[in-house]
Design a binder for this molecule. Structure first.
Ligand SMILES: *[C@@H]1O[C@H](CO)[C@@H](O)[C@H](O)[C@H]1NC(C)=O
Length: 507
């Protein structure tokens, strides 16, 4: 019977070769499609991180460039759910569909903004009101921990003038409080248009970062004087209370505060507590008044000053020929320490007809004059003062006046995603002090080159706007993005250190 087993006759050798070739083709095709599938998954998960690392400001703009500069709720278009960030901190999550910003009345967000979709999950400490909105006259009457932020116009206002320069904590607080508002609240409601970079979580074990909502800069501005009946000033007392509060918290003790976010943006703010709380990530204007062990670029984030001059719209920005002043500087000439170069430059430039170089700070009607002065100048000088940074740089940017940065130790906001050399000139202090150097340099910049930088300034200016409700790519979102990226490397160090630290279950 064995003989009866039907054997297929073997195909002739050339057919066998053809068959083997077909089989080989099929396997190759299968392998290729697997590879392509995996690859597309990876690309889905990271496109924005690549964008962030490369150039965040090429994120899709809202309704064209102008809409992005001066958005109105009705003119807004679709924006990415993450506002150009990728989920960095916890489980890898595929990028969410687009967020639709409330236009034409339907006002609904088609994507969610929640713990799964945001790049950064933020736990907000319910500090007593005296640490934050209480300073703005808000009082929860013992019922509410936080003001109602649904209507942007009704949210507590920050005092204006020069106070505003360091108002970073206020804008971050408003934004994160609004992150859990339901979308579709109607015209201008904060929940509608908010980009989803950071989201508030109330479950601490889900948090990537713990936000300490202390308005430290305002506390310094407002409460530094000792009042009658006080032994220490209120600014100091609040800091002492904050240190005690955090030291008691389990969340702080877990990593010694390293995953905490504190915003002492004014160079003199949190003078007393900064060392005690230095494990935390700080949001600062510069490192000028910090020792490197208390603050450094490894753990901290540099945020822009809120500009004090009015922002120029794209279409009202004078071009090269409408800016008769070659170089503009207004500020105090006599400065301590790093500011010597100011005096030197003043001596070198004061006689030049197309240079505006004057004493006096930007105040009251000075603000109007500075707005006019910067917007009719080709270059705006940013010279180190008693701190390496100043609001002048951001005033220049929103005036589309090409900044000339003469400050060897300056740290710049978002420099990991922004290439400042595209829209600023950098001059070493030693060079600037040489006779004729600066004028030769500035007069030698060809009109085309200047115009290229001016165009770029108009594009990047929106990254330096603080506003509420926040908009994609504005200063608030850029800060959250920077915090997410930095927290990434902080967590790497923490997790590495924790490799051999057991939780106790194995005893
Ligand atoms: C908080 O999140 C953790 C981790 O997902 C979960 O196990 C826990 O039940 C949550 N707690 C509350 C109160 O929801």
């Amino acid at each position: 019977m064995v003989a009866e087993r039907k054997m297929q006759p073997l195909p002739p050798p050339e057919h066998r070769r053809a068959l083997r070739f077909v089989a080989f083709l099929a396997v190759s095709l299968l392998a290729f499609s697997c590879w392509a599938l995996v690859n597309s998954r990876i690309n889905d998960a990271v496109p924005d991180s690549a964008a962030l690392m490369g150039d965040a400001d090429r994120m899709p703009a809202l309704a064209g460039e102008e809409g992005a500069r001066r958005p109105t709720p009705a003119a807004s278009a679709a924006v990415p759910a993450s506002g150009g960030a990728v989920r960095l901190m916890s489980d890898p999550v595929i990028r969410e569909p687009l967020v639709r910003v409330g236009g034409g009345g339907d006002g609904e967000r088609s994507g969610r903004c929640d713990a799964d979709t945001a790049a950064l999950r933020v736990f907000v400490y319910d500090l007593p009101a005296e640490f934050h909105f209480g300073m703005l006259g808000w009082d929860g009457k013992g019922e509410a921990a936080w003001p109602d932020v649904r209507d942007a116009r009704a949210a507590p206002h920050y005092p204006g003038g020069l106070n505003l320069q360091h108002s970073v904590a206020y804008w971050l607080a408003l934004d994160i409080l609004s992150s859990t508002l339901p979308p579709g609240g109607g015209s201008g409601a904060a929940g509608d248009s908010r980009p989803c970079v950071a989201v508030r979580v109330t479950n601490a074990s889900l948090a990537d970062v713990f936000f300490v909502p202390f308005f430290a800069s305002l506390s310094y501005n407002r409460h530094s004087k000792i009042r009658r009946g006080e032994r220490v000033n209120r600014n100091r007392a609040l800091q002492a209370e904050l240190v005690k509060y955090l030291a008691r918290r389990e969340e702080w003790r877990r990593w010694g505060g390293k995953d905490h976010l504190i915003v002492p943006h004014h160079p003199n703010s949190m003078m007393e507590a900064r060392k005690r709380l230095s494990a935390a990530m700080f949001v600062l204007s510069d490192f000028g008044r910090y020792s490197p062990d208390v603050a450094n670029l490894k753990k901290d984030v540099i945020a822009p000053y809120n500009h004090v001059v009015r922002s120029l719209g794209d279409d009202e920005s004078p071009a090269f020929d409408q800016r008769p002043v070659l170089a503009y500087f207004q500020g105090a000439i006599h400065r301590k320490a790093g500011g010597k170069v100011r005096q030197k430059l003043y001596q070198l430039l004061k006689g030049e007809r197309d240079v505006h170089f004057t004493y006096g700070s930007v105040r009251q009607n000075g603000i109007r004059r500075a707005t006019a002065g910067m917007s009719t100048s080709k270059f705006c000088l940013n010279i180190a003062g008693d701190t390496p940074s100043s609001n002048r740089l951001f005033d220049a940017i929103v005036s589309h006046c090409v900044p000339v940065i003469i400050s060897d130790d300056i740290e710049l906001p978002f420099e990991d995603v922004l290439d400042y050399s595209e829209f600023c000139l950098f001059v070493r202090a030693a060079d600037a002090a040489r006779k004729g150097f600066l004028l030769r340099l500035l007069r030698g910049v060809p009109r085309d080159e200047w115009t290229r930088m001016w165009r770029r300034l108009k594009e990047v200016a929106r990254h330096f706007e603080y506003q509420y409700p926040s908009r994609p790519g504005d200063a608030v979102q850029m800060i959250w993005g920077a915090v997410a990226r930095k927290m990434h490397s902080v967590k790497l160090q923490l997790h590495k250190r924790g490799r051999f630290q057991r939780t106790g279950w194995e005893s």
